[in-house]
Design a protein around this ligand. Structure first.
Ligand code: F3S
Length: 377
């Protein structure tokens, strides 16, 4: 890989061991993927925040890096942590877990990463423009950035995104290159999609059965629907999609292999993700809820316990909005990366296929994946 003079200096340690470590990671990554150079980035989204997912080893690693006296050079935002940092919703997080979580955030702060703790950075000001190279590492935000915003990012690991933030560069390969961003197959959807859960079911089905970049024909989704669709596609290996007339890089797709998805495909997704009818709590906001989604739930006045996960920046919008006691707005964390089992929750209802998939497989919860309307009823 060809490096500039400045990049070589960083690699040789002339800007300190923390920057050197970051350069070593990026150069190794670039060599693995045959990148010919590094490209400058304007932002990073760093995953690997919850103590539940990175544990003691991750905390030690971050502490060591932070002790090397280096700071990010571009806007760097953080993915959800394992707890709500202010906990105005009054949930009972395990004490030791919350303490460890605080230490992780302290290390990130020392490195200069903003403790935004959301997986929708594009809704709170980390908003790259069309064609801009970035280094993002949360799969749902990666696919949204590539597909809806037209920004360019590979699906980075949390460590690679942090390394990129520390040197302001990322290896140029994969989705940074225009020729790799074209659709590789077309999808005809033969059943009408009703609401976000159907979009999530479609994404999950395609993510299970296909690789590459789908061109989804005949759809006109809202931002919220694209958010859950992308999150569900990314439970497989898909990191970009196109929708003609909606997303900025969609083309005609002439000559591409065509696949059809009908009601049967959607039902397969619902069937695979559902393990129970009986839920302790309904969780909304995977990826984090937009203000429109928060309003929709508050207006529905659900009778059962309902937790809405959203970015902290949205909280003041709803402070004076009438809300029943069983509806809580939770920030900085999500249903997957907080220790729900230790908090006495065994089953959740959710309208996101990504949330359903990881709540089952990572958080070991029973799941009901259904439309918001049915869950709140
Ligand atoms: Fe976000 Fe958590 Fe879902 S990080 S995409 S709400 S699993």
């Amino acid at each position: 890989m060809e490096l500039t003079r400045e990049e070589e200096r960083m690699l040789w340690g002339e800007e300190g061991p923390g920057v050197q470590r970051a350069m070593e990671i990026l150069v190794s990554l670039g060599e693995i993927y045959s990148a010919d150079r590094l490209v400058p980035i304007r932002s990073a989204q760093v995953a690997g925040v919850s103590y539940m997912t990175i544990g003691e080893a991750g905390l030690e690693f971050l502490r060591d890096w932070a002790a090397e006296d280096c700071r990010v050079r571009v806007l760097a935002t953080l993915n959800p942590a394992g707890v709500d940092l202010e906990n105005r919703a009054g949930l009972e997080y395990p004490h030791d877990f919350a303490e460890k979580q605080g230490e992780i955030l302290e290390a990130y702060r020392a490195l200069g990463v903003l403790p935004s703790c959301t997986c929708t950075p594009y809704l709170i000001g980390n908003l790259p423009r069309f064609g801009e190279p970035v280094a993002w590492s949360e799969s749902s935000s990666v696919i949204f950035a590539n597909s809806v915003l037209g920004a360019r990012t590979n699906r980075e690991s949390g460590i690679a995104a942090l390394a990129s933030a520390l040197v302001g560069r990322t290896p140029s390969y994969g989705l940074h290159q225009g020729e790799n961003r074209r659709a590789t197959f077309r999808v005809s959807i033969t059943a009408p999609l009703q609401g976000t859960a159907d979009y999530a079911a479609l994404g999950y089905y395609l993510g299970r059965h296909h690789d590459g970049i789908p061109l989804l024909e005949g759809l006109s989704p809202s931002v919220e629907e694209m958010k859950v669709l992308g999150a569900a596609l990314s439970t497989g290996s898909i990191s970009m999609f196109h929708i003609p007339g909606v997303t900025p890089e969609a083309e005609e797709g002439e000559g591409l292999e065509r696949v059809e998805v009908g009601r049967e495909g959607l039902e397969e997704a619902y069937g695979e993700l559902n393990t129970t009818d009986d839920v302790d709590v309904v969780c909304v906001g995977c990826p984090h809820a937009t203000p429109r989604e928060v309003l929709e739930v508050l207006k529905a006045r659900p009778r059962r316990e309902t937790w809405i996960y959203t970015a902290r920046q949205n909280l003041p919008l709803f402070e004076r909005y009438d809300r029943d006691e069983n509806v809580r707005i939770i920030c900085d964390t999500c249903m997957v990366v907080s220790p729900l089992r230790e908090m006495g929750i065994e089953s959740i209802g959710i309208n996101s296929a990504k949330g359903a998939f990881y709540c089952r497989n990572l958080a070991h919860l029973e799941v009901r994946f259904d439309s918001l309307e049915n869950l709140l009823r």
